[in-house]
Design a protein around this ligand. Structure first.
Ligand SMILES: [Zn+2]
Length: 172
């Protein structure tokens, strides 16, 4: 729980969520390429020219400092063709947790962080029904630092306030 800087009431970070609808690349597609491409609930295959690119939805968890809470960003990551095929074939297989981890690029721009597109990551499979977990490459990028060290509650409160109330500027 945090006291909201915008409306003054208590919000719970567990009630705030973020989930990207499409991978970053989707919005850059020409209409004719969009028509050839596949956008499903959990998977996406972009076909542009002769190139095919493969994407999957995943969860990027950030631990919140000072408690057991975690904030989950709903993101898209790219996968190689080979790994995408393996993920697709093992979709309902309880043993899929033994597969991977898979390399992927983060293909979501998160609000409140600069340049989160194309960060390197490993995707760890979970049981069927759960999206894979994203482990960012341990760089100095603020998102990678927050994933590694946890995010301070006051910073999380700022982000949650933005998500709750939209992208309007915070009052000074
Ligand atoms: Zn509020």
């Amino acid at each position: 729980m945090f006291s909201c800087g915008t409306c003054g009431v208590q919000h719970d970070t567990d009630d705030v969520s973020f989930s990207a609808d499409v991978p970053l690349q989707w919005n850059q597609l020409e209409p004719e390429d969009k028509a050839k491409s596949l956008l499903a609930g959990e998977q996406c295959v972009i076909e542009a020219g002769e190139e095919k690119s493969y994407f999957i939805r995943a969860c990027l968890d950030i631990p919140i400092q000072g408690g057991e809470h975690t904030f989950t960003w709903g993101v898209w990551c790219s996968l190689s063709e080979e790994n995408y095929a393996e993920v697709s074939e093992s979709w309902y297989d309880v043993d899929r947790v033994k597969l991977g981890p898979y390399f992927g690029w983060l293909c979501t721009q998160l609000p409140e962080y600069a340049d989160t597109g194309f960060l390197k990551a490993l995707l760890h499979q979970r049981a069927p029904g759960l999206r894979p977990l994203v482990e960012l490459e341990p760089t100095d990028h603020p998102l990678a630092v927050d994933q590694r060290d946890g995010i301070p509650m006051d910073r999380m409160a700022e982000i949650a306030t933005q998500l709750w109330h939209g992208t309007a500027a915070m009052p000074e």
